[in-house]
Design a protein around this ligand. Sequence first.
Ligand code: NAD
Length: 281
Amino acid sequence: ESRIIDGKVLAQQVEEEVRSGVEDLESNRGVSPGLATILVGDDPASKIYVRLKHRACERVGIRAEDHFLPAETTQEELLALIDSLNKNKDVHAILLQLPLPKHLFPQEAMEAISPSKDADGFHPYNMGKLMIGDEGLVPCTPHGIIRALEEYNVPVKGKNVVIVGHSNVVGKPMAAMLLNRNATVSVCHIFTDDLKKYSLGADILVVAAGVKHLIKADMVKEGVVIFDVGINKEEDGVYGDVDFKNVIKKASLITPVPGGVGPLTVAMLMKHVLMCAEKSL
Ligand code: NAD
């Protein structure tokens, strides 16, 4: 039995659900789900991410429009575009690709997106709902991890979960989603004085630090379930935050990098666009 959680297979499964949901919405309600992506400036990594999301839209039958703004765009111009997309009935979901150029204010821009079109789940309204256990539009990466835990029948209630990284996009919403499912959650970060002390106690370990091979085999217990969110690009390839080759010997389940959490994240985004379109009725 494989110990590897195949993110590509899971993503295909989720995308298949979305595809049939899209067809259903089109034939029964006459609504064709649409996503608008906004990219400001030409950060190469961001361009790749936006392209991956557009390709996924094509696979599942979601209309995608690409709004590319030059790097020197002003905050007012960005807010004006968001405002027009909020008002556009054919646009059910809006995705603002981060990071923005330094002179812009990402928080204000994200808050300008209508919470009902917030495909990424980053709006404070949706984050607040997540905190009180009302999960609607939640961030895609932790949502994908929850989906994988369900698909692999990994129990969460009462389990010790350790999350490494406390970002607003992964660590914090992940903690909230696991607390909503009654796990015992520890969140570690750069100022945690003894990471190993925590990681050794983990039944489930989610690592989103952006540090190549931060988690080594001696830092985990036998049978641990690991989600490696990290994407660390080096000249000879992409590495996760987990020393996969050695840690897999102790893990009962583990996601690879690439081919783990990444594809699942994009698939969950597709699910969120469909949710936005369904809710618009
Ligand atoms: P971030 O980059 O905003 O912050 C990093 C977090 O890790 C912080 O909480 C920091 O305190 C912690 N950290 C850094 N070094 C540490 C150390 N040595 N020990 C313990 N904690 C440490 O976080 P992010 O935006 O969640 O991104 C984390 C990683 O996940 C990045 O590599 C990013 O590219 C990747 N990522 C992948 C996906 C995906 O879809 N696969 C999605 C989001 C982020």
